[in-house]
Design a protein around this ligand. Sequence first.
Ligand SMILES: *Cc1c(COP(=O)(O)O)cnc(C)c1O
Length: 355
Amino acid sequence: MDPVASPPPIPHSRPTLGPEDQEAVAAVLTSGHIAEGEQVAFFEEEIAKSVGAAGGVATSSGTAALHLALRALNVGEGDEVILPSYVCAAVLHAVHYVGATPRLADCDPRTFNLDPNAARRVAGRRTKAIIVPHLFGLPADLDALIPLGIPLIEDCAQTVGATLQGKPVGSIGEVTVFSFYATKVLTTGEGGMLTSPSASFVARARDLREYDEKKDYQVRYNYKMTDLQAALGRSQLKRLPQFLAARRALALSYTRAFADLPLLCPGDSPGRPHTFYRYVVRAAQEMVPRLLDLTSRGVTCRRPVFWPLHRALGLTGFAGTEEAWETAVSLPLYPSLGADQERVIQAVRNLYGEG
Ligand SMILES: *Cc1c(COP(=O)(O)O)cnc(C)c1O
């Protein structure tokens, strides 16, 4: 026995899975109907209802939902799509899947969200859509983007359950996408969803999702979700209010514990309460490697965006994104963090000599 064995590392994210999730999935297994079926239909209705949409189209991933959204908007070669540089590569991939040209726009490093002025500067005659992720749980400034008159694809992969001026995020754009990947607020393991206020748009996306029993031939996909996944998603969705309350309580504890440190902590924007998918602090640039290195001491910290898209594409500029990338560190935050939060707080405070 090692008398000074260290406690197990604290992961950066962890799904919140309980006995009710196990029962929901087991019931589908017992039923024998494991592919797309009634559980998927119910899950689609429930998510669509939560954002006041005409319907939902469950998919195998958030990336697939983005691809269907662009296809159903008839975005293709010769068209341009605006997206932020400060977001994961999935968003850029979807633009390339349809052969469109990505136009990256800078983010506002104070909110990490797409800067509407930067979006306006790259908008033009060929712009067919703007993909707006609500990043880390904070709703983006849609009010400033709507006047551009370009269809908005709300990316709620990180922000399910959030509101904007009292309206649910995902209820404002022409089309909305969700991801239910293992680390997201709600999970189905892998999975996604597309919703829209337009019933005909939903029907078009649904037609593209699956290839079977069609008499006409056009390129279609197999992006279906299984009933095993949908049952898990429904069971998770029932606990969304609890998940969000737990996240907010943990986030406020961090903010209180770091009040005297030279860190910028995340919080609400006016009319846009944060739902804390991530707790992303901004630190002096020289402190960032040290915060990331807490991982080697059992407190897993991450850059919340692995690599800015403009750098991946060899572009320069994007001062806001550069600033965000150079200063942002994401700390562990999820409902099951519990008492481990104290270890994270102590590790961060020790780093600043405030043990
Ligand atoms: C996770 C995520 C995606 C991609 O979803 P997948 O289910 O992993 O394909 C897209 N956009 C954002 C903002 C995400 O966080």
